[in-house]
Ligand binder design. Sequence first.
Ligand SMILES: N[C@@H](CCC(=O)N[C@@H](CS)C(=O)NCC(=O)O)C(=O)O
Length: 229
Amino acid sequence: MIDLYFWPTPNGYKATIALAELGLLGKVIPVDILSGAQFDPEFLEISPNNKIPAIVDHDGPGGEKVSIFETGAILLYLAEKTGQLLPKDEIGRLEALKWLFFQVSSMGPMLGQAHHFRTYAPEPIEYAINRYTEEASRLYNVLDRRLSTHEYLADEYSIADISAFAWVRPRKMQGQQLEDYPHVKRWYDAIKVRPAVSEGLSVLSKNMKWKAKPGSDEWKNMFSNKKPD
Ligand SMILES: N[C@@H](CCC(=O)N[C@@H](CS)C(=O)NCC(=O)O)C(=O)O
């Protein structure tokens, strides 16, 4: 059994979609990051960087319980555990890993900054808005070029696609529109209709508030080193 520590955000949805694809979506433990639940000592034992998602597999390697944080590690763990969502041949696997790491190290952090400065920053900072919106466009162009010659990021649907899809979804917050990236659009439209993707995206979807301006305590919980008193 796998427990998922989750809040409905792009990184959270990578995990629910992958678990749904694998038929492993089970117990979901909400971690309300707006109210500061990510700082609970019990959660920090599992996710020392105070971020969702994280998983606990009660039947990990050797039948032992194991906990995992960081979506790249979670997705790779689930793919290796099940032998699914990662090409089996060495070259295909490498292709998927390259695009998975591209997502977690470039797309995720840069698009996250675009969300921050375009939506959450207490005051608009033109330089930062332009910097991260342009970087978002650059990254979408990298995806678009890849998808102009490949149906999926690797040669088959994989954890790399799940990872990138979850961040293309809130594209408006990044100042992007699919019409500017026809190959990303074709790929996105194909993934969005997968039943497991709908299932993954339905988890706690009513709690999804990340498009709204956070209140001041919420802002402190999410974006400052200081928790509210
Ligand atoms: N690199 C991490 C990023 C995870 C992340 O940024 N999670 C956000 C929600 S999308 C979070 O938990 N934020 C709470 C906080 O920073 O306090 C991963 O890929 O798992």
